[in-house]
Design a binder for this molecule. Structure first.
Ligand code: PMP
Length: 450
């Protein structure tokens, strides 16, 4: 095949593509970086330049790009079949991954329902929760979600994870009660950190009491609200939310699309407190970040509520064309096999090295308001005047300018507003951690004039 030139790709992109989460007017005004290959923790530009993948290709790459074991598993699956439907047929990779997830996930989550994006897996969790209560003879149309939650951009996921900036043109469709997690109380209500946990739990308790019998589920991102700008939670919050949902007899949905698969230092964020939700949502890193596959895991109790004779029509009438795609499941199986005890045990040391480097090189910069980290998940919030808590004006595009400065230094990043996100593949090495932090520090200093 004739290899197109990078300039042709830019022209075609500018003429025909519409990029996600992108102001296209700004996009069209500059030539984009074209990534045409990758290797390990590096992306390779069409001009041959190598860039450290500092955000794991939007938080999903786990073991590095072109990992031999995952590449081989996909190739091997291609020799058999790329895709067959799970509607009416079984498929080896889909069954094997479901069994593996049941073994690895928090206790009791034994059933996997597949889809193809974090958002669709969230939709499935919401629908399962709604139908579960209906099947038990209760009408519970409402959900409780966190202030500044993010669960994806489809309508249901957006209802529970409503973001004013992202979603203001779409009114939430589901009735949702908002409760602040502890960090939201510190940030939005200036509550001291020492009181925030107790107040957050009190608010949830009060909400569940007031809305008794109408709440299908409490939905949250455990340990770190990613898209909010990396808002961390104390582990006790998750443990106590689980206790409250049990006391008030409602379901708990944990969205581990961003936190799952080793990101926070354990396989799942829920593992930090041995918390088992009723529904667990997984995506991104499930295939090692190779292919679009997501999963909604449920307990046997929820699963059994849907059983009955055909003509009772209690089945879960939901599915997507590519539900349980064989290539994606083959990648997932290979990726899950790479999570050996030794591999998981190495993550906390990497997280500690990252924290130490950030404390030395980034923390002292005058525009750094906070560094928030859980495992290999970091948000560095930049402000014009951190003491007075005055931010930069959005039009200054500080976060964006910092990532462009980092790119010139050979690191690809993507900010959340003025929060610089560092989320390297779990396979990142010590030297690469040092490079990542040095580049982040230099780029922040360059753009903020420190
Ligand atoms: N939930 C969380 C916690 C996420 O961070 C994201 C994506 N960043 C999603 C859901 C949506 O996943 P997807 O983009 O695959 O639809």
């Amino acid at each position: 095949m004739h290899e197109p030139r990078p300039s042709d790709i830019v022209a075609l992109d500018h003429a025909h593509l519409w990029h996600p989460f992108t102001q296209m007017q700004e996009w069209l005004a500059a030539d984009p970086l074209v990534i045409s290959a990758a290797e390990g923790n590096y992306l390779i530009g069409a001009d041959g330049r190598r860039y450290l993948d500092g955000v794991s290709s939007l938080w999903c790459n786990v073991h590095g790009h072109r990992h031999p074991a995952i590449d081989a598993a996909i190739r091997d699956q291609l020799h058999r079949v790329a895709h067959t439907t799970l509607l009416g047929l079984a498929s080896p990779p889909a069954a094997l991954v479901a069994a593996r997830l049941a073994a690895l996930a928090p206790a009791g989550l034994t059933r996997t329902f597949y889809s193809d994006a974090g958002a669709t897996a969230v939709e499935i969790a919401l629908k399962l929760a709604l139908q579960y209560w209906r099947l038990r003879g209760e009408d519970r149309p409402g959900f409780v979600a966190l202030v500044e939650a993010y669960h994806g951009d489809t309508l249901g996921a957006m209802s529970i994870g409503f973001s004013e900036t992202f979603h203001r043109f779409y009114r939430p469709l589901l009735p949702v009660e908002r409760v602040p997690a502890p960090y939201a109380l510190q940030r939005l209500e200036a509550r001291p950190e020492s009181e925030a946990l107790a107040i957050a739990l009190e608010r949830l308790d009060e909400t569940l009491r007031r809305k008794r019998g109408t709440i299908a589920a409490v939905v949250l991102e455990p340990l770190m609200q990613g898209a909010a700008g990396m808002w961390p939670q104390p582990v006790e919050y998750l443990r106590e939310v689980r206790a409250l949902t049990q006391r008030h007899e409602t379901l708990l949905v944990c969205d581990e699309v961003a936190t799952g698969f080793g990101r926070t230092g354990r396989l799942f964020a829920c593992d930090h407190t041995a918390t088992s939700p009723d529904l667990l949502v997984l995506g991104k890193g499930l295939t090692g970040g190779y292919l679009p596959l997501a999963a909604t895991l449920a307990t046997e109790e929820i699963f059994r509520a849907f059983l009955g004779p055909y003509d009772g029509y209690t089945a879960f009438f939901h599915g997507h064309t590519f539900t349980g795609n064989a290539l994606a499941c083959a990648a997932a199986l290979a990726s899950l096999q790479l999570f050996t005890p030794a591999m998981l045990a190495a993550i906390p040391a990497k997280a500690a090295a990252l924290a130490a480097a950030l404390a030395a090189a980034v923390r002292p910069l005058p525009s750094v308001f906070e560094i928030r980290q859980q495992g290999l998940m970091v948000g560095i919030e930049l402000m014009r005047d951190p003491q007075r808590r005055t931010g930069f004006a959005p039009a200054e595009r500080i976060g964006h300018r910092v990532i462009l400065a980092a790119r010139r230094r050979g690191v690809v990043l993507r900010p959340l507003g003025d929060v610089l996100v560092l989320m390297p593949p779990l396979s990142i090495g010590d030297d690469e951690i040092a490079t990542l932090v040095a580049v982040a520090a230099e780029s922040i200093a360059e753009v903020t004039g420190a």
